[in-house]
Write a protein that binds this ligand. Structure first.
Ligand SMILES: NC(=O)c1ccc[n+]([C@@H]2O[C@H](COP(=O)([O-])OP(=O)(O)OC[C@H]3O[C@@H](n4cnc5c(N)ncnc54)[C@H](O)[C@@H]3O)[C@@H](O)[C@H]2O)c1
Length: 321
């Protein structure tokens, strides 16, 4: 894996995952030429402080932006830009932004014969039983999950088209990502950040009864790793990107208590949602075997690293870069 000297487009590069990817590219391959495209919906300039490459403030749905990109040379594209508020119920808007814009990126990468790595989501599995495997239980429960499911369907159709595409396309189904850079997602930030913010202010953490719902929480550094490996693997396909382990919300509070040196008890309350995933867990054997992905962080290690970051970077007015 070597991105040295490559010209790289990162859509959604001012957002949570995108900005972490941009920072890793810049620190590991300082001569990589990184171009960020973001509409600054959730993306924030503070996530990009230190970034010295080209920044395009623009919308993926704007034909002028997309036609400006056509004809430009890119060696690899990481597509993170999307409506990420899973509670948005405007079906047309969600599908326009998340799904329909994807065809322009496929075209751009086809012209460049460049690998395209894009963010899909565990939301495609809806409430199907875990471990979640690609190709099984793909029954999204909300339009966000559906918009990602349809990106995956476009990818599969594209990969099976004739003549076969001459560049790799990799969809990564992220599970519950947490880590530095997610502050500006507000209510869509991970439960780990929401709970940490409360517990740091000495507010009792509250969980749906009885905190035993399970999720595959994955640290953002591992998601960056998955993207970088996918962009260099030279193969196509759809893969899960998680930790491969499911943990409870009670676990998060216990680990945060340890990391923050606090002793909060948990207040439980009734879950008001008729639809709620009880257990997600990524089956990642294929991701490991075919992309060389190897998650480096347990939940304990990820939260400890994140709390160290919060202690240095988070002020009452929000994070400092
Ligand atoms: N964070 C997670 O737990 C998670 C889980 C599954 C999938 N994903 C996917 O990962 C990707 C990155 O998510 P994130 O967590 O970094 O969220 P994020 O909201 O921080 O990042 C998305 C970025 O896309 C930008 N954007 C939104 N609409 C746009 C548009 N029309 N044109 C250009 N840019 C636009 C936003 O401004 C933002 O910077 C998304 O595609 C998301 O669906 C994230």
């Amino acid at each position: 894996m070597n991105y040295s000297g490559k010209r790289i487009l990162v859509t959604g590069g001012a957002g949570f995952v995108g900005s972490n990817l941009v920072k890793t590219l810049a620190s590991q391959w300082p001569d990589a030429d990184v171009v960020v495209l973001d509409a600054f919906v959730n993306g924030h300039f503070k996530n990009l402080i230190g970034f010295t490459g080209e920044l395009i403030a623009g919308d993926l749905t704007d034909p002028r932006i997309m036609s400006d990109l056509t004809g430009r040379k890119f060696d690899v594209v990481f597509h993170q830009g999307a409506i990420t508020d899973t509670t948005v119920s405007d079906q047309k808007k969600m599908i326009e932004v998340n799904t329909n814009t994807f065809s322009s990126l496929l075209r751009l990468c086809a012209e460049n014969k460049a690998p395209l790595v894009y963010a899909s989501s565990a939301a495609v599995y809806g409430n199907s039983p875990s471990p979640n495997r690609v190709g099984a239980g793909e029954i999204p429960e909300n339009v966000y999950g559906y918009s990602k499911y349809m990106m995956d369907q476009m990818t599969l159709r594209y990969l099976n088209s004739s003549p076969a595409p001459s560049h790799p396309v990799v969809g990564l189904r992220y599970f519950n990502v947490y880590g530095p850079g997610e502050y500006y997602k507000g209510k869509m930030a991970s439960m780990i950040l929401q709970l940490a913010l409360k517990m740091r202010r000495n507010i009792t953490p509250r969980l749906f009864k009885f905190g035993d719902q399970r999720r595959d929480f994955v640290y953002v550094d591992d998601i960056v790793q998955a993207n970088l490996k996918a962009g260099a693997a030279g193969i196509s396909g759809i893969f899960n990107a998680g930790s491969g382990v499911s943990r409870t919300f009670n676990d998060i509070v216990a680990i945060l208590n340890e990391a923050l040196n606090t002793d909060h008890y948990i207040e439980y309350f009734d879950n008001p949602y008729p639809f709620y995933q009880n257990n997600t867990c990524a089956h990642i054997e294929d991701t490991k075997a075919k992309l060389g992905y190897s998650p480096a962080y347990t939940l304990e290690q990820g939260i400890q690293d994140y709390v160290r970051w919060l202690n240095v970077h988070l002020t009452d007015a929000g994070p400092i870069a």
